[in-house]
Design a protein around this ligand. Structure first.
Ligand code: AMP
Length: 586
């Protein structure tokens, strides 16, 4: 009876989503009207003389497209505690810090109840679709989630990462209960101040409740891979804790110790069982289903820069399906994964038309040749006019722009997406890359996606060596003349010289951008350099970001380190053990 009621609750969520997406064009107009009416008093909107108009045409004609830096002075005044309506009608009382791990610098953005509401809406929507395909019982979830630090800004506003704001609000707990996704670990663990102690306790609590765990998750796939790489090192200590019922001395934070100790009772049978299962595994293949026999899937963001970790994740997950979670940012949500059966490589996100007003700048390369007198001609990319949510075309790439309920108007998020199809009349987007991550020296132009494809291509050569790529990043080295691309690799073992040389050549040849290839041929770009770094180097990069206050839940490895990110570049360069220059194009 209770189960039937639960089911119909989730079916209702699907019905609501279907109704919204069938009428996406009208819902967008209505959403813009609501945003502009709620915030009509805000100084920012007043300055464009909308005069009460809320239609898309007037809005787009008067309010400019902006980036974060255009809004920074306004956000700064809010952060400093000015109480007049600046970006929103109602005063903003909290500020989120975006991770800044992709762009190199944390950004402050307003956070309010509307963002909490849309977060819950997106969680419930994707869960309803997921649960149709992979129904779970009312058990628990082993979630590798971490709350970042909270602090007060000069003006007294609460500042933390968006995920931390969400984990701390009441609606989060209620929603997690409704969607049967309650975390195994007590709150003290999630809110613990020390990342490695929290990770240890998540693993321990996951093992204590191993029969009840219905799925394994973290915000980004990297979090799960990192957790199991750690598990490989500490599993025996976890077994000892369970056998004796005494928590390891490595957990020193009193509140965390007390909360976990309460759950820990001596359980030699469970400890023996885990010990036996782990000893039987071959190179940890399938450890997740082995230890969590009732888990139905592994869940987290697996697209974009997370694709690198899929191979390792599949290894740990054995035959369990991998399901990518949703698409959003500290600034606001975009879309939900409503096709959970798709493998992560093909996942798309259906835009929720009532959570923001969306625009899309086409990235079709409409080129203009400009004559530059004697110096020849140069190519200029013409910026095309943004189109609306229902006007996008399948197969085309766009830069995403949104207007949110939290005071961001025609805001360029900096992400590139491709339209893969439509769910009713709302587009299904594939995440492509961050737009500002560009390897460029002269006329070459390689995005994060191009870099990733080149890396995937080159790592195929490692297969016979039985070693894996642990992580990678890149850098444009202009200290040489001509400048050249540097790719940093951390490997799980030692590769032979021949294979690494071949990888370096393959990397160079796999950047197929015409500007790069022609520059390499005429040597206006030097040979690509592959630098292999010591094991543990990328962990140092994670630690460095944690030290800056980035929450692990939002951490994304920077895929391109530019000279302004001096500390990270220094860590990379100080840990190089081998370096190779490409002999391609010789
Ligand atoms: P943050 O700056 O920490 O708020 O991170 C937001 C950024 O993470 C987005 O702008 C995207 O670049 C990336 N991101 C978020 N969700 C996804 C997803 N589902 N797939 C790929 N990248 C994502």
């Amino acid at each position: 009876m209770l189960e039937k009621m639960e089911e119909s609750k989730h079916e209702r969520v699907i019905e609501e989503f279907e109704a919204l997406t069938k009428d996406a064009g009208r819902v967008q107009i209505e959403t813009l009207r609501r945003i502009l009416e709620l915030n009509g008093e805000a100084e920012y909107l007043q300055s464009f003389g909308l005069g009460g108009r809320t239609d898309p045409e007037s809005y787009k004609a008067r309010v400019p497209l902006v980036t974060h830096s255009d809004l920074e002075p306004y956000i700064q005044r809010i952060t400093d505690g000015e109480e007049s309506p600046i970006l929103t009608g109602k005063c903003v009382t909290a500020i989120s810090l975006s991770s800044g791990t992709t762009g190199g610098r944390s950004k402050f953005v307003p956070f309010n109840d509307e963002l909490v509401k849309s977060t819950m809406q997106i969680y419930r929507t994707s869960f309803a679709f997921r649960n149709r395909e992979y129904p779970i019982k009312n058990g628990k979830a082993l979630q590798f989630i971490y709350s970042g630090k909270q602090f007060k800004t000069r003006g007294g506003l609460t500042a933390s990462t968006a995920t931390t704001h969400v984990f701390r609000c009441d609606q989060f707990k209620n929603t997690m209960k409704d969607i049967m996704s309650q975390c195994c670990s007590p709150d003290e663990v999630i809110f613990g101040p020390d990342f490695s102690q929290t990770l240890y306790c998540h693993l321990l609590c996951g093992l204590i409740y191993s029969e009840e765990v219905q799925f394994i998750s973290s915000t980004f796939a990297h979090g799960i891979v990192h957790a199991f790489r750690t598990f490989e090192q500490i599993w025996e200590e976890l077994c000892d804790d369970i056998r004796e019922g005494v928590l390891s001395s490595r957990v020193t934070v009193p509140s965390v110790r007390a909360a976990v100790s309460k759950l820990l009772k001596p359980n030699p049978e469970l400890a023996d069982d885990i010990y036996r299962k782990c000893s039987r595994l071959s190179n940890w293949y399938g450890v997740i289903p082995e230890l969590w026999p009732n888990a139905k899937y592994v869940y987290g963001i697996m697209t974009g820069s997370m694709e690198l970790y899929l191979k390792k994740l599949r290894h740990y997950a054995g035959d369990l399906p991998l399901v990518s979670s949703d698409y959003g940012s500290s600034e606001g949500w975009v879309g939900a994964n409503v096709n959970p059966l798709l493998p992560p490589e093909s996942v798309t996100y259906a835009v929720l038309p009532d959570i923001a007003y969306f625009e899309f700048i086409p990235l079709r390369e409409e080129l203009e040749e400009q004559e530059l007198g004697n110096t020849g001609s140069t190519i200029v990319y013409k910026e095309l006019k943004p189109v609306g949510l229902t006007e996008v075309k399948i197969g085309e790439e766009y830069e995403l722009v949104f207007t949110s309920f939290a005071g961001l108007y025609r805001y360029r998020l900096g992400d590139v997406v491709k339209v893969r199809g439509f769910h009713n009349s709302t587009p299904e987007l594939q995440f492509m890359c961050r737009q500002n991550l560009l390897l460029t020296i002269n006329i070459d132009k390689n995005t994060e996606k191009d870099l990733q494809l080149a890396v995937v291509e080159a790592t195929k050569l490692l297969a016979d060596e039985k070693i894996e790529l642990v992580d990678f990043t890149s850098h444009v080295d202009l200290s040489t003349d001509p400048g050249h691309y540097v790719i940093f690799w951390e490997l799980s073992g030692e590769g032979s010289e021949d294979v690494l040389r071949a990888c370096c050549d393959r990397l160079d040849l796999s950047f197929v951008d015409a500007g790069y290839v022609s520059s390499r041929k005429v040597r206006t770009i030097g040979p690509l350099e592959l630098r292999v770094v010591q094991q543990g180097t990328f962990h140092k990069i994670l630690d460095h970001h944690l030290g800056l206050g980035v929450a692990v839940s939002q951490f994304k490895m920077p895929r391109c380190v530019n000279a302004s990110n001096a500390k990270v570049l220094q860590i990379m360069c100080n840990n190089v053990v081998k370096s190779y220059f490409s002999t391609a194009f010789c």
